[in-house]
Design a protein around this ligand. Sequence first.
Ligand code: ADP
Ligand code: MG
Length: 729
Amino acid sequence: MSKIRFTALAELQKRKPVELTPPSSKISSFYGANIFGRETMRSTLSSDIFEQLTRTIDKGGKIEPHVAEAVASAMKSWAMGKGATHYTHWFQPLTGATAEKHDAFFEPSGDGRTIEKFKGSALVQQEPDASSFPSGGIRNTFEARGYTAWDPTSPAFIIENGHARTLCIPTIFVSYTGEALDYKAPLLKALSFVDRAATEVCSEYFDKNVIKVNASLGIEQEYFLVDRALYSARPDLVLAGRSLFGHTSAKGQQLEDHYFGAIPSRVHTFMVEFETEALKLGIPIRTRHNEVAPGQYECAPTFEEVNLAVDHNQLLMDVMERVAERHAFKVLLHEKPFAGVNGSGKHNNWSLITNTGKNLLAPSSKPKENLQFLTFFVNTIKAVYEHNALMRASIASASNDHRLGANEAPPAIMSVFIGTQLSEVLDELEKNAKVKIDKGDNVYMKLGISKIPAILLDNTDRNRTSPFAFTGNKFEFRAVGSSANCASAMIVLNTIVAQQLVEFKRDVDKLITKGQKKEVAIINILREYIKTSKHIRFEGNGYSDEWLKEAEKRGLSHIRDTVGALDAYLTPKTKKLFIDNNIFTDREMEARQEIRFESYIKTIQIEARVMGDLAINHVIPTAINYQNKLITNIKGLKDLGFDISDNPTMETIKEITDRITTIKIKVGEMIEARKVANKIEHSKEMAESYCHKVKAYFDEIRYNVDKLELLVDDEDWPLVKYRELLFLR
Ligand code: ADP
Ligand code: MG
């Protein structure tokens, strides 16, 4: 029975790093080779078309049919020149993964011949028969019309898979009736909202030259790697993406000897290859290192405009998974594949950058610029305060539930960490009585604003326990899960900040109308905001029990599980926020909530089934076999005349029986709980039932299985053990 585990371990012995020949040691020579980016556009399009297209990309607007026609033709020639035979609209349905449906360029032209074709209309819009993607009831499968529409702001790219080459065109995915069925459409709306709101504040109060503000995002991606053979021998990893059983290894991460350590050579060649592919796709990947848990790693590209960064992250996850196959690895993107060691997150480093190149979240040595910095800094904090429950909801998933509040992961309470220096600045500002302005820069000097050092970046304190931390010139949203599509968090963050900036502008203008000088009005409003949003600021240890108590006193929401967290999506406040600003319609919001609950239910359902199967069909039979060996042994001893009454083996035999009994009972009860849950009609209630009634059995079943792992002969144990999964490569 234990064969598969040992075959897998034997296979592992034969592994060697894959031979690699990177295209060149000079990354700039192949960077972006597989994208139809600005440079390629410039060299393949007429200057007139190029200009019209880039204008649409930079400023928005409609693409004229003749422009689409010309771009499609150039794109086709470029892609075919690189060996592409097919093209696809590439989109991000609400499954969290990416989707593509390939069409060949070639078309029969009658009389038995064929030609290669790619029309402008095929570039701009497609109707994939993608009827099985979640739509939360928006589409009935019998009228399966969903449309994909070209997003020209994200460059088309070529995916290499073996010898096959496919041209991929980033698109949004909408229903026939116009509702968004993906992440990208609402994200683009949220980004346009924050652009408008931030530009207005900048241009009216600080700098007339600001005509556009881009939100930027740098994503640090954590992941685990396990050998493919070991992975295949663990049905729970294969089906649920995480280990449902497994006693912790004697050595875990206690010694912290993995963090930033030398990268094992098999892993290193894997990294080099997926990075090479990513770089060819214009993903500016720059860092790689070992993370804290054994078998855990991280990579991060340089930050980019949010929409592009999100596309790139989705693409990067695909590339990593594909390349891993060639190296006989499996990438685990799950937030908590192993109990007892760190989970994986995806830190979202976020800031706002103007068309003039100014980072609005970067403190400066110039007083006037610092008022601008404080404006965006304080408004972001206020936005997170006002919508902390929504922020929590934006990162909620069945898989991220295991990570939040667990080993070294941010707690499930939203708070903002800003460091001692900036705390002092805000405290100072708060205490100051009404500001009077004389002339010149005096107002800034009085407030101590001028003293925020520009070098803050290098000496900001680090607080790893904070879910939302200011790190010098950007906020870092750390609670995002490693497998998530970051768009979910980014839609919320950019919308709430935009809304906050709109309110700020209104509040300041009111004071200005009353006769206050602009700077004074800004400071007065900021002071008010600092006071109101104070409760969201927390500088201490987010892992501590004191913080749990303190947060409760402050009235911050602390919701441990997804099912509870999701409520924040449909409160009147959230609905108003999204509907008034045209990010979502009411119907879209209801549909998305339905999808979230469904996805939660399915995840727990799968886990429960796998757990039951492994426990009943793998673990218990193994334990019984082993117990029989012990019984034979005891009987033999007795036959030889030994006194077996206080033989410790008797204890083991008894313990095995006890554990097996508990497991059987609990699995039986869990199955019953599932049956009850499955009968519930309303998806939220069904999700609640799965969360509180079904999942409630997981810990006890696991505890007993893991104890059996310690009792049963290693030779007999069927599941690859933690020490093997985590340490062997
Ligand atoms: P760490 O948090 O591990 O110290 P880094 O300082 O290397 O990480 O930055 C992590 C990510 O933050 C990178 O992707 C980086 O490009 C990104 N980043 C840096 N500055 C900004 C910014 N102004 N806006 C958004 N992301 C940024
Ligand atoms: Mg970081």
